[in-house]
Design a protein around this ligand. Structure first.
Ligand code: G1P
Length: 289
């Protein structure tokens, strides 16, 4: 079996962000910052550090700030340069010409539909998908750990993390088979199973390496859980036809699609910083006392 490299990553960023209103009324949820960096930049940096070359955004109306963020900011850069200010904070955000590529998801029909909207850009090669509201902190990062695993087993490799019983109805859930180190065989998948019916506590944390055949499965696929076209349902149909593994992560996960998770991410990353960590720690101690 020849294992083809993962060169492209799809970032579904068309979601309306209703869970974060009013913050996201006029601003993309992916631009919410953890300390001083937008969520989307964490996800893009994770992909690039894992060896991804082509960034693909599946975007939508009202998401222009995302395009501007990865572009040249002429006035800002010229003014900073003229004033002799350090550009370190914005260095490297702009990608090479031709990347990112933007495609539009015209209607909010679900994650599976969003990924399918990138089919012409993905073409006939394996690709990664990263959901930016899942913030992963680790070294090597999650996608890099998944790429290493993929290079051994090929096929489809998706993130697999444990959650508590009370949370399994919020996520895609894996039926696990044989385990081998960080990898577990995936024998079935179900999106947001009703409380008490989950086949395990292993959830899919928004990181995927998929074979291009998933696009063909998504073509014409009907709505699933929540009335949306689900990526989980399409992946489930590849099981048995292609190798399919879950990959655990040694690192930290923050569900920034959830307000408590988002605040936790800000606290944890602020405490870990050399510049503001001491001040935040001292304040947090006083507050908790
Ligand atoms: C999506 C996926 C789900 C996954 C989750 C991770 O759900 O459909 O399988 O577990 O992201 O955050 P959403 O959060 O968009 O409802």
């Amino acid at each position: 079996m020849s294992i083809r490299p993962v060169r492209k990553a799809v970032f579904p960023v068309a979601g309306l962000g209703t869970r974060f209103l009013p913050a996201t009324k006029a601003m993309p949820k992916e631009m919410l910052t953890v300390v001083d960096k937008p969520l989307i930049q964490y996800a893009v940096e994770e992909a690039l550090a894992a060896g991804i070359e082509q960034i693909i955004f599946v975007t939508g109306r009202g998401k222009g700030a995302l395009e501007d963020h990865f572009d040249v900011s002429y006035e800002l850069e010229a003014t900073m340069r003229a004033r002799g200010k350090s550009m370190a904070a914005i260095d490297g955000i702009r990608q090479k010409p031709g990347s990112p590529v933007y495609v539009r998801q015209q209607e909010p029909l679900g994650l599976g539909h969003a990924v399918w909207c990138a089919r012409e850009i993905v073409g006939d090669e394996p690709f990664a998908v990263l959901l930016p509201d899942e913030l992963m902190v680790g070294s090597p990062n999650f996608m890099a750990q998944m790429v290493s695993a993929y290079q051994r087993v090929g096929g489809n490799v998706i993130g697999a993390l444990e959650v508590s019983d009370s949370e399994t109805d919020k996520y895609g859930i894996i039926s696990p088979g044989a385990q081998d180190g960080a990898l577990v065989e995936v024998t079935a998948l179900v999106e947001k199973p009703a409380r008490g019916t989950a086949p395990s506590n292993l959830m899919i944390p928004g990181r995927y390496i998929l074979q291009p055949e998933v696009m063909g499965v998504l073509e014409g696929q009907g709505a699933g859980a929540g009335g949306e076209i689900q990526l989980t349902d399409a992946m489930a149909r590849l099981i048995g036809r292609q190798p399919f593994h879950g990959c655990t992560f040694s690192g930290q996960r923050f569900d920034c699609g959830d307000k408590a998770g988002y605040v936790q991410a800000n606290i944890a990353l602020a405490l870990a910083r050399d510049d503001i960590g001491p001040a935040v720690r001292a304040f947090a101690r006083r507050l908790l006392d």
